[in-house]
Design a protein around this ligand. Structure first.
Ligand code: FMN
Ligand code: SF4
Length: 437
């Protein structure tokens, strides 16, 4: 593995590192193949080890401490090693679906730096000894065309990914849903074991990694783990793309160092457009945290967990004072209920029930015993679906009851917020031009 290429220059106007978006920072253009290869050269894959797997590359990713950027912060090297040691020729699936409507970071990355992701796919395929690679995006996404064009710009490389269009539903981008779709055509999640890394697409060991995770692998393979660790914290090293939405002046996708306080990306996004009462962290399936208390919260998975949140996918939505957190949450729960794959009882019946309960609390149609029933429901749903979808909805609802406790008491005392005070959480899609490195 060579580390001789100079790391990309950092963006002078940025208060933090710009790694994944350095091409965009320099030129404000998506990086095409000519610009990408001039900056980075070819992905450092030694020819003689093709097809065998590469322990050395997995070791570099391990030393870098890279954790997945698709929501669960799973150690990437551990998954690579598991796939490499699986039975049968492995498959690599790059997850570029970005099903959460509160997140835009994968769309920005795939638009602005597609070749970094493709390099990451090729390197991951080399690391696990894969015989096939795919890049999954939602059906109908304009990225389908731009990614196919990017892949066509480098025709002589082996193992280039096939772009696969997946049904554009929230849960169809869960790893097991992708595996099912590619195996039997049904884009629905299934039980958590065996994991795709053990038994995935057509029974083969399958690496499902978020596209941002793969792009970080492309940089680690070139510049090494020590370079990767020059930003971030000891347990959450590196940078991450983050979507900042809601009541900020410059909503968009930014690159930040892991561990910076939550106020930092809010500042990058121009600061609050109005006084803030709370932030939703982790996208539509995320958790509420109160402001200003959350302002100094370090943005790592472990710090967010300690504060009762989850970093999940890095997406924050700033809720302004005056918007109703309960109405906003009720609307998000309705969306999540409608996106259930409808195959596990607690998810299929439980999510509409908690969406109804939250709507009643929001509109002032609930009594204290209804609140008690909602709390009971929130206690019995988690862990009972085949995937994590219902657990995310429960966390969203439970944190809303805590963070908007004052509103809750007002609503229960006959003083609800007016209809129309819900704040929109979903972003307009496919807006990489709104990215501000
Ligand atoms: C309902 C649901 C939806 C998901 N949607 C996405 C998604 O859109 N993109 C993504 O990368 N991971 C998504 N995930 C997580 C994937 O299952 C998987 O953990 C991830 O792609 C692994 O990548 P990483 O290890 O690089 O983070 C979702 C999980 C669930 C349960
Ligand atoms: S928990 Fe919900 S979304 Fe997940 S598999 Fe079951 S029904 Fe589908």
């Amino acid at each position: 593995m060579t580390h001789t290429v100079a790391p990309p220059p950092e963006h002078p106007a940025s208060a933090g590192p710009v790694r994944l978006l350095s091409g965009w920072a320099r030129t404000h253009q998506p990086t095409d193949w000519a610009a990408h290869s001039a900056t980075y050269g070819p992905p450092p894959i030694p020819r003689r080890t093709r097809g065998q797997g590469d322990e050395r590359l997995i070791g570099l990713v391990d030393q870098a401490g890279l954790r997945g950027r698709g929501g669960a912060a799973f150690p990437t090297a551990r998954k690579l090693a598991e796939v490499r040691s699986g039975r049968g020729r492995a498959v690599v699936l790059a997850n570029g679906c970005e099903g959460d409507p509160g997140s835009n970071k994968d769309h920005a990355l795939l638009t602005l730096a597609p070749h970094l992701v493709i390099d990451g796919i090729l390197l991951a395929a080399h690391a696990v000894g894969a015989g096939e690679t795919m890049l999954c995006v939602h059906r109908g996404d304009p990225l389908v065309h731009s990614l196919r064009a990017a892949i066509a710009q480098r025709p002589n490389e082996p193992l280039l990914p096939t772009v696969v269009e997946v049904p554009a539903r929230y849960v169809s981008s869960a790893d097991t849903a992708l595996v099912n779709f590619l195996t039997n055509g049904t884009a629905k999640p299934t039980q958590k074991s065996p994991r795709p890394s053990q038994r995935g697409v057509r029974g083969r060991p399958t690496l499902v990694d978020n596209v941002e995770t793969l792009a970080h692998i492309a940089l680690i393979a070139r510049y090494g783990p020590e370079w990767f660790r020059t930003c971030g914290t000891a347990t959450s090293p590196g940078s991450t793309l983050i979507t900042v939405g809601g009541a900020v002046r410059l909503p968009g996708v930014y690159e930040i160092e892991l561990g910076v306080p939550l106020g930092h990306p809010l500042r990058l996004a121009g600061g609050p457009a109005r006084p803030l009462q709370a932030v939703l962290i982790g996208g539509m399936g995320g958790r509420w945290l109160p402001m200003p208390a959350a302002h100094e919260l370090p943005l790592t998975e472990e710090d967010c967990r300690a504060a009762g949140g989850r970093m999940g996918i890095a997406a924050i939505t700033a809720l302004p004072a005056g918007a109703c957190g309960l109405h906003t949450t009720a609307r998000a729960l309705r969306y999540l209920a409608e996106e259930s794959a409808g195959q596990c009882g607690p998810c299929m019946f439980g999510l509409p029930a908690i969406a109804d309960d939250m709507t009643d609390l929001a509109t002032g149609d609930a009594a204290p015993e209804d609140l008690a029933r909602l709390r009971r429901r929130l206690g019995v749903i988690p862990g009972r679906g085949a995937c994590a979808h219902p657990d995310a909805a429960v966390s969203l609802a439970a944190t809303a009851l805590d963070v908007f406790a004052d509103d809750l008491h007002a609503h229960l005392s006959g003083d609800p917020c007016p209809p129309g005070s819900a704040f929109p959480l979903a972003l307009p899609r496919h807006r990489p031009d709104a990215s501000h490195p």
